[in-house]
Design a protein around this ligand. Structure first.
Ligand code: NAD
Length: 332
């Protein structure tokens, strides 16, 4: 007898990671419903069903999770440092409603598996004051001092997911992303993250022939960056595993933002001049300790930063080129 096809819900399926995850799960043969406030910005929907729903609403959460076996919960009000450091109340309010409603609705509708997408922003700020930071292990999260309202909400929903496992037997998985980047991600408008913002700035510098690129702060703050294709593979592997505690998912190669700019410029084939300006920088240093990731999944991200940036830069340069052409056409 043929096994029943697993029905999957991806929330935030109109967003960057959610959209890539839908494509990946379709290729794996799942029946997929995508839910979001909006359709994907840069490509077609490839989910079996796509519903525009506001998951802050209880009735929408019930509708989204009906008939679903596995939930990948990615919906969030989020953005890069510029965004999350300026909208604390809104982010905490919106994301708490989205996550509390979606998890409870999934339980009531009989979902067996629930993967929650958390963030490295749950790690205490007091461990990230130095650019040469010690990589963060999963257990470093306590005593808690997460970054911004965004990080506090992520931490409390992680704890909620743990209790849904303990009290209701729902198979919860918790992944802590460390700076995911790649093609089809937000690259302008205020919610973009550092790699996309740098690709846009370098592309504008290249296409306009003006080599000056603005960098927030002194650019010596450090991060690690993981390409989207590794991210969706890691998410999927975690869902298949029986690991129920939070798990880092990111690269463990740390670079400064200045180095990131140089790598993007190299991908663009130009050299740039950095102009350091005031701007939100987040913690001084952050890196992922991938010891547990390797142990649990017997795998780690494979795509080098150079390769990932090249793919991302090429896509963003094309977006910028089209935008500039449209602006010229509108003037003419
Ligand atoms: P994204 O902003 O591209 O996608 C999130 C999606 O959620 C958006 O399309 C948005 O419209 C949708 N959404 C927001 N409010 C909603 C609502 N009320 N109802 C329904 N949908 C709603 O972000 P992303 O980069 O794809 O991130 C996906 C998840 O991963 C998020 O939970 C985010 O916090 C987490 N995360 C991402 C990163 C990263 O580097 N991209 C790092 C850490 C954690």
């Amino acid at each position: 007898m043929r096994e029943k096809k697993i029905r999957v819900l991806v929330t935030g399926a109109g967003g960057f990671i959610g959209h890539h995850l839908v494509t990946y799960l379709k290729q794996k043969g799942y029946w997929v419903r995508g839910v979001d406030l909006k359709y994907p910005d840069y490509s077609e929907v490839d989910a079996d069903e796509f519903e525009l729903l506001d998951l802050r609403r209880w009735d929408s959460a019930l509708q989204a999770t009906r008939g679903i076996d596995h939930v990948y919960a990615l919906a969030a009000d989020m953005g890069g440092m510029g965004y999350i450091s300026a909208h604390h109340a809104q982010i905490l309010h919106n994301n708490a409603l989205i996550n509390f409603h979606t998890m409870e609705a999934a339980r009531l509708n009989g979902a067996t598996h629930y993967l929650y997408t958390s963030s490295a922003c749950v790690y205490p700020e007091y461990l990230q004051t130095d650019a040469q930071v010690t990589p963060l292990k999963e257990e470093d999260v306590l005593p808690a001092q997460p970054q911004d309202a965004y990080g506090w909400e992520k931490l409390i929903t992680e704890i909620l997911a743990g209790y849904y496992q303990q009290d209701y037997g729902m198979e919860t998985r918790i992944v802590r992303f460390h700076n995911i980047f790649g093609e089809f991600g937000t690259w302008d408008g205020g919610r973009e993250k550092a790699p996309a913002a740098m690709c846009r700035k370098v592309a504008i510098a290249k296409l306009n022939g003006n080599p000056i690129v603005e960098v927030w702060g002194d650019g010596e703050q450090t991060r690690s960056f993981c390409h989207i294709n590794d991210c969706v593979e890691g998410i999927y592997k975690l869902m298949q595993s029986d690991y129920r505690k939070p798990l880092n998912l990111g690269q463990d190669r740390m670079v400064t933002i200045n180095e990131l700019v140089d790598l993007v410029a190299k991908a663009a084939g130009i050299s740039v001049e950095k102009k350091h300006v005031d701007g939100p920088q987040g913690v001084r240093g952050r890196n992922s300790d991938n010891t547990r990731l390797r142990e649990v999944l017997d795998w780690e991200p494979q795509i080098s930063l150079e390769e990932g940036l090249k793919r991302t830069y090429d896509w963003i340069e094309e977006q910028v080129r089209q935008r500039l052409e449209e602006e010229v056409a509108n003037i003419e």
